[in-house]
Design a binder for this molecule. Structure first.
Ligand SMILES: [Zn+2]
Length: 222
């Protein structure tokens, strides 16, 4: 497929940072959430210009995070550095449940659709040596920016929130609350545009943000 250069050039009517329409920009409301756990978000390049991409919001809120874009045509394969891989786990369905027995210092998240994530897991160099961990059961009956593809599947930002809720010890609940509040704010801003309907029932929600897409970076709880 031919790569469209314009895909990486946000519309002038959008905030260049959060990609929301300027009047709904939420940059000033993004909290700074300090964590011990390092979050590494490996984002599919097709997510880069989507305003519904929640990995972007996570990276904005978390000083101890890294956002790597993967897969743009003509770019070399993504190679995770030894620094990233040291003590890291990959959040992915099917691994051991995050908990007391699994407290990685670095958590890697794939920010893409499910089908892209399965390919990224094979293609991103270094991931083959990383063990996977999965979320504990998570609620999905909340308004969201894209449809949840199934029970227990949540957006990238929600997945990071729930994971840090476990990983950050006594501060976990507050970290989780701040990130989920940011997610809800983003959903509210998308609703405020009035351009898309959204249902409260998981699995029946239409996309909420202009320029968003349906197939989704989602993360599955057990
Ligand atoms: Zn903004």
């Amino acid at each position: 497929m031919r790569y469209n250069r314009r895909v990486n050039e946000p519309s002038p009517s959008r905030c260049p940072r959060c990609l929301l329409q300027v009047r709904w920009c939420l940059c000033a409301d993004v909290p700074t959430v300090v964590t011990h756990t390092k979050i590494v978000i490996v984002r599919h390049y097709r997510e880069v210009t989507r305003s519904s991409n929640s990995g972007r919001l996570a990276a904005m809120a978390l000083p101890n995070s890294v956002l790597l874009d993967h897969g743009a045509p003509g770019t070399p394969p993504t190679q995770l550095s030894a620094d990233v891989l040291d003590g890291a786990r990959l959040l992915f369905p099917g691994g051991e449940t995050l908990g007391a027995a699994s407290l990685p210092r670095t958590l890697i998240i794939l920010d893409s659709t499910w089908s892209q994530a399965r390919r990224m897991r094979r293609k991103v160099r270094g991931l083959e040596q990383v063990r996977t961990v999965s979320l504990p059961p998570v609620p999905t009956e909340t308004p969201r920016m894209r449809a949840s593809p199934g029970e227990g599947k949540v957006s990238t930002l929600e997945a990071i929130a729930y994971a840090l809720g476990v990983l950050e010890g006594p501060r976990g609940p507050e970290v989780e609350r701040q990130l989920l509040a940011l997610f809800q704010l983003a959903v509210e801003r998308s609703l405020a545009t009035g351009r898309h309907g959204i249902s409260l029932r998981s699995g029946q929600m239409s996309q909420g943000l202009p320029g968003s897409d349906d197939d989704n970076p989602e993360h599955e709880g057990k």
